[in-house]
Ligand binder design. Structure first.
Ligand SMILES: Nc1nc2c(ncn2[C@@H]2O[C@H](COP(=O)(O)OP(=O)(O)OP(=O)(O)O)[C@@H](O)[C@H]2O)c(=O)[nH]1
Length: 763
């Protein structure tokens, strides 16, 4: 809060308090005047009540005294007069005694008969009466005596009129004494406050009656030089109001003095009613209210000052907090501006009235504006009508609280085409949209990169789709995601949908599936590998594929699957198989040649060694084959050899391994066959060969025989060469024993065979 504001607040409170104080003071001054006027009116009214009563009394007495005076000659004797006076006196409660006095003051008749003959009048009053009687007599005047003590001791005022005898000579006075006991309650009745005093005073200053009764006051005389009473007398006014009199002792008082002198009544001296009240008591309520207000005002003053002080202190604290917050906001705004100015994007804020409130450096630069030019500008003016019309739906939607994003192609200031990606982000606070943030990114490089990427993708796709090899993408679980047309053709699929989601492992032949799964597992670990396998496609086409698999990774280098490039190697595989077949097969007989036979024999021997079964070997050689050749020609010799091979195939089991070791020599491995059964097989073979015929082109029939050596595996450590050598030894024995024989090899050779070797003929 500014010092000016603090001062203003203090001034306002001070002025308010002063105004309140002045208003209250004015009000209390007015109230003071009102209290004064009201009290003055009330005192005057009360004085008037007494005056009226006295007026009536005096007028009535004047009449009564006049009546008595006229009746005097008629009322005789004295007793009758006494009764007459008593009757009149009883009818007038204010009158204590009615009496007819002679000039000496002796009672000639009285309402109280006991007074007859006594001198009733006070000596002072008698002097006055005598004075009246001496010649200044006025029979029309009502004489009011000063208060005096009567013969019976009562304190009275005498009211008298002069009477004359039949000769017109003054005979005395007709007098009525006013009873103080009658006027005392009357005077007391007009006192409406305890502090109120009332007195009935004779014109000469003698006090006749005072309420409340005060010691000595009844006998006091107010007619002193400079007294208030003397001033009232001298003023000649009927009424005197003294708002603030102070006696030598006592409090200040408001006093009313009223002369009692009925109009039309001739009196020698009037009476005076004097009423007064204590000024302190008159203003007691006012003063109490004023004190109360003063206390209240002081309380209000202190409270106001305290509240103001507390409020201003809180305001100062709030100001400090606000200033700190403003500093933070300013720093934050500076920070935000620094950030936004370095952002490779245009940032701005538009209010709900579509006026710019903030724009970063890039935004200003794009539109070529300075900050002071742009802030407050209408968006229509900045964008222009055409662009505004295009963007207006997004603007309206953003102001409805919906986030907007859209692409826009713009012509830049330098004339080049720029691509932007705009976002309108509503500024929603407590459900109300106050404006929206604009974030515009220049995506021209991205667009160009996208275009280049699209071109690259198109090229790649073209390559893949025209690639004669199968290119397929597999998911991490080995299912097909994508496959190019060449791949679809290999797998016999009509469309990509037919294979999409299918397990690749399930599509290849069962024997290769473990190896293929192992390959995918390796790829899943980041390795690459190659596998050749056979495949029977969906349409039943058989082919050989060579698959090269590499891992596929996402942008985080996470392996997401595998890329498999599969080449159809069926032709190559067939050629290889053909070559292998040729390399392993004897071209004349189709049997395994020596090398292949030896390999197969090794396998069988190894199997036998592993599982512990028996195994036998035959060595067969056509007898005197040279002669056949020589007799029928080499071609017929070949036919004999082929027939020999045929008979071997027909006679022996498929599990038996037959090979042509060279010329007319054949070897056979008989798995799971002991020597005895091997000899039987050899014998059967010998017999069938012996029964066979080969027809030459010339119609001749060639018959031939064979010698067979049999050896069985008795020594577990014996290799195939040893066994063949043993069988060959038995063959040698068969040859030597006359041919067309089967000889078995015996380990403990004792005279076996014709040459005494370790073989002996079977038959
Ligand atoms: N037609 C033909 N003859 C062959 C082939 N290979 C070897 N020969 C001949 O087979 C003959 C083998 O003769 P020999 O080794 O002397 O034995 P043999 O005449 O059968 O006499 P024994 O074995 O003792 O009964 C030779 O004359 C070879 O030229 C062949 O592939 N075809």
């Amino acid at each position: 809060m500014k010092p000016d504001s603090l001062f203003a607040q203090r001034s306002i409170v001070a002025v308010a308090l002063v105004v309140l104080g002045i208003a209250a003071i004015l009000n209390y001054v007015q109230e003071h005047v009102r209290v004064f006027n009201r009290e003055q009116d009330r005192l005057q009214t009360q004085a008037h009540v007494i005056e009226e009563n006295l007026n009536q009394t005096l007028v009535a007495l004047n009449g009564v005294l006049g009546d008595i005076r006229q009746q005097l000659p008629a009322v005789e004797p004295a007793d009758n007069l006494n009764r007459y006076l008593k009757t009149l006196s009883d009818g007038m409660p204010s009158v204590r005694t009615l009496a007819v006095l002679d000039v000496n003051g002796h009672a000639l008749a009285a309402s109280r008969p006991e007074l007859v003959g006594f001198q009733l009048i006070d000596p002072d009053y008698r002097q006055q009466a005598e004075f009246q009687m001496a010649g200044r007599l006025d029979i029309d005047t009502l004489y009011i005596s000063p208060p005096f003590r009567s013969t019976l001791g009562a304190f009275v005022i005498g009211v008298s009129r002069t009477w004359t005898d039949s000769r017109g000579k003054v005979g005395g006075v007709v007098i009525a004494t006013l009873d103080r006991n009658y006027f005392s309650p009357l005077l007391d009745s007009i006192r409406y406050a305890p502090d109120m005093k009332a007195a009935l005073v004779h014109w000469d200053g003698d006090v006749f009656l005072a309420e409340p009764e005060q010691n000595g006051l009844a006998d006091a005389n107010f007619l002193r030089q400079g007294s208030f009473f003397a001033e009232h007398r001298q003023s000649g006014r009927d009424i005197t109001v003294l708002p603030h009199v102070r006696f030598s002792q006592g409090d200040a008082r408001m006093m009313i003095q009223r002369t009692v002198k009925p109009a039309g009544l001739k009196m020698d001296k009037p009476l005076v009613v004097e009423i007064d009240r204590s000024v302190d008591e008159i203003y007691a309520t006012w003063r109490r209210d004023a004190r109360l207000f003063a206390a209240l005002y002081t309380l209000i003053l202190i409270t106001s000052l305290f509240v103001l002080h507390a409020y201003q202190r809180k305001q100062k604290e709030a100001d400090l907090r606000e200033a700190a917050a403003a500093q933070r906001i300013e720093a934050s705004e500076r920070f935000m501006k620094t950030i936004t100015d370095h952002l490779p994007a245009m940032v701005a804020y538009w209010t709900d009235e579509l006026r710019c409130r903030f724009a970063n450096g890039a935004y200003l630069e794009w539109f070529g504006k300075a900050p002071q030019e742009l802030i407050g500008t209408r968006i229509q003016d900045l964008l222009g009508e055409e662009l505004f019309r295009k963007n207006e739906p997004y603007i309206r939607a953003a102001l409805q609280g919906e986030r907007q994003q859209f692409a826009r192609t713009l012509i830049k200031a330098d004339g080049s085409t720029g691509y932007t990606w705009a976002q309108y982000i509503p500024d929603r606070q407590e459900g109300i949209v106050h404006g929206f943030f604009v974030l515009v990114s220049d995506v021209t490089p991205l667009k160009e990169a996208e275009r280049a990427l699209a071109e690259s993708e198109w090229k790649l796709r073209t390559i893949i789709e025209t690639e004669p090899e199968c290119v397929t993408l597999l998911a991490a679980d080995g299912t097909v995601q994508q496959m190019n047309p060449a791949g679809l053709a290999m797998f016999g699929a009509a469309s990509e949908q037919q294979v999409a989601g299918t397990s690749m492992g399930g599509m290849i032949d069962a024997p290769y599936q473990p190896a293929f799964n192992a390959l995918l597992a390796d790829v899943g670990e980041g390795k690459s590998g190659t596998l050749t396998f056979e495949l029977v496609g969906l349409t039943g086409i058989h082919c050989w594929l060579e698959c090269h698999a590499v891992p596929m990774r996402d942008r985080n280098e996470r392996i997401t699957g595998s890329l498999c490039v599969m080449r159809d190697i069926t032709d190559r595989k067939k050629a290889e198989q053909e070559l292998q077949h040729l390399a392993q097969t004897d071209s004349l007989t189709g049997l395994a040649n020596r090398r292949h036979f030896m390999a197969l024999a090794e396998q069988e021997l190894e199997h036998c060694s592993r599982y512990g079964g028996p195994l036998a070997v035959l060595m067969a050689d056509i007898d005197r084959f040279k002669k056949i050749n020589d007799t029928h020609g080499h071609k017929c010799g070949d036919a004999v050899i082929r027939r020999m091979a045929e008979l071997c195939r027909k006679t022996l089991r498929s599990a038996d391994v037959v090979g042509r070791l060279g010329g007319e020599e054949f070897a056979v491995v008989l798995p799971e066959t002991d020597l005895r059964h091997a000899v039987d097989v050899a014998e059967l073979l010998r017999q069938r060969i012996g029964q066979a015929e080969v027809h030459t082109d010339t119609g001749e029939v060639i018959r031939f025989t064979v010698s067979i050596g049999v050896a069985s595996r008795t020594d577990k450590n014996a290799d195939i060469e040893t066994l063949l050598a043993q069988a060959d030894e038995a063959l040698y024995a068969a040859k030597n024993s006359g041919r067309d024989k089967v000889c078995e090899y015996e380990a403990a050779a004792t005279g076996v065979g014709e040459n005494g070797g370790a073989a002996r003929p079977k038959s």
